[in-house]
Design a protein around this ligand. Structure first.
Ligand SMILES: [Fe+2]
Ligand SMILES: [Fe+2]
Length: 147
């Protein structure tokens, strides 16, 4: 359990956790939409969207459970989800979402150094996001041949 010195310190952590939970929700829903739209067009890509969605769903609960453990009440925002049905646009939007996640988690790793438990959860999540970004980028290269 995290011990906070001040209420302000606790708020910083709670804000990060809530933002992460909501961003993970958005990613989960977007990738499920994309899984549905990609099926029949490219089943390998559809499967990659599903697999990423399942990772993001696990990420939601890492963060929401931590809010609950710290005595908070997780608040849901509205989630802006891309509903494109074109493979190239879906991959573009998803790579963008992963880049934003990588940036957010990298910043939090330096901001939240004093909380080792939370720090290692974020490291694990960041590792997943880097894998998603790499997978989506590889598919993008396959569907847009170079030269
Ligand atoms: Fe995630
Ligand atoms: Fe991801």
């Amino acid at each position: 359990m995290i011990k906070f010195k001040t209420e302000e310190e606790k708020q910083v952590v709670m804000d990060c956790l809530e933002e992460n939970m909501n961003e993970e929700y958005r990613a989960t829903l977007q990738y499920i939409c994309h899984r549905i739209s990609a099926l029949g067009k490219n089943n390998m890509i559809a499967e990659a969207f599903k697999s990423a969605a399942l990772d993001e769903m696990a990420h939601i609960l890492y963060f929401s459970d931590m809010i609950t453990k710290l005595g908070g009440d997780p608040n849901f925002t509205d989630w802006e989800v891309d509903k494109s049905t074109d493979l190239k646009i879906m991959l573009q939007k998803d790579i963008q979402l992963e880049e934003e996640a990588i940036k957010r988690y990298s910043e939090q790793l330096s901001k939240l150094k004093q909380y080792p438990g939370l720090h290692s959860i974020i490291e694990g999540v960041l590792d997943d996001e880097e894998n998603h970004q790499e997978t989506f980028t590889d598919f993008m290269k396959q569907i847009i041949p170079e030269g």
